[in-house]
Design a protein around this ligand. Sequence first.
Ligand SMILES: NC(=O)c1ccc[n+]([C@@H]2O[C@H](COP(=O)([O-])OP(=O)(O)OC[C@H]3O[C@@H](n4cnc5c(N)ncnc54)[C@H](O)[C@@H]3O)[C@@H](O)[C@H]2O)c1
Length: 324
Amino acid sequence: MPKVVITGGAGFIGSNLAEAMVNSGWAVTAIDDLSFGSLNNLESIKKDSNFQFVKSDICQSGALDDACKDTQCLVHLAAYKIPRYGGALKTLNINNDGTRAALECASKYGLKFILASTSDVYGKNANPPFKEGDNLVLGPPFIRRWAYAVSKAFDEQLAMAYYDERELPIVILRFFGSYGPHNHRTWWGGPQAVFIEQALQNHSLSVHGDGRQTRSFCYVSDTVRGIKSAIETDRAIGEIINIGSINEISIEELARKVIVLADSKSEIEFIAYEQFGGRYEDVRNRVPDLAKAKRLLRFEPKISLDQGLTRTIEWHKRFARMSD
Ligand SMILES: NC(=O)c1ccc[n+]([C@@H]2O[C@H](COP(=O)([O-])OP(=O)(O)OC[C@H]3O[C@@H](n4cnc5c(N)ncnc54)[C@H](O)[C@@H]3O)[C@@H](O)[C@H]2O)c1
């Protein structure tokens, strides 16, 4: 039976991927320090004989090394995201030390290595839709949001160096706004997670800035199909590939859609960027070019935003009932 190790396997994308891989006949080991992940996310597979969970910090222990023995593929998802409210050190350190540790393990055991990168690396590039060869236009270091993009750009370069100099079969996937069940229910999980929580409680939906910034959102089962395809095919080795949806929506429109789908009485409150602390720079438009994903991974998202949000709202409601 083929085996995959997933770092960050108790997190949002990791737990959905773990479930999909177990259901497709793979043995799966998920490693997570539970800093943001939760064992609740693994409820459906935790008793499966082909699934193993290891609680460990990937930067600090030999647990990752142990898990990588007798394995075909390492999917590296463990990371810290945009430090929107806190400091940048964890994002910079974990994303760099963790990725180096994961690459070393993959190299030691000759595993295929899938790196989770992000649309944030396109930064302030003003010419969407973004192709994988486009320039990464990042802001200055005194704006801490860029710590995330810088750390992931470094990770990408590091993975490419292992591919070039150590012949490690790597694939870099740049995810664009994945959402769905198991997403963190705070800003860590993205704007849709916060909007759904606020709408279900009939609180105002906090839209940052003027709300006219646009994003594209990809339901997690689609994101997971992209990752699974990258695990299973050799066509993508040595490549960087966008994974997301081409349907752009403004953040204000997203908030209004959530209010309707959640049947909520909430209104929208616009919050100036200065109000949430520190200097901040937002990205105006963000949408991927998916030609390469289609060609190499046969990837095309299938779930519409309305379908995906409806399912996600149901999950948030179930979660709220479980916590009562
Ligand atoms: N969700 C998205 O829309 C999105 C978009 C772009 C990129 N990504 C990338 O995809 C990956 C997964 O994102 P996610 O949304 O599932 O995030 P998540 O926070 O839900 O999952 C990351 C997991 O990594 C774990 N983790 C963090 N530091 C660790 C450490 N030192 N050792 C072990 N585990 C650690 C956390 O506990 C968490 O469970 C990340 O690399 C992220 O940067 C996600």
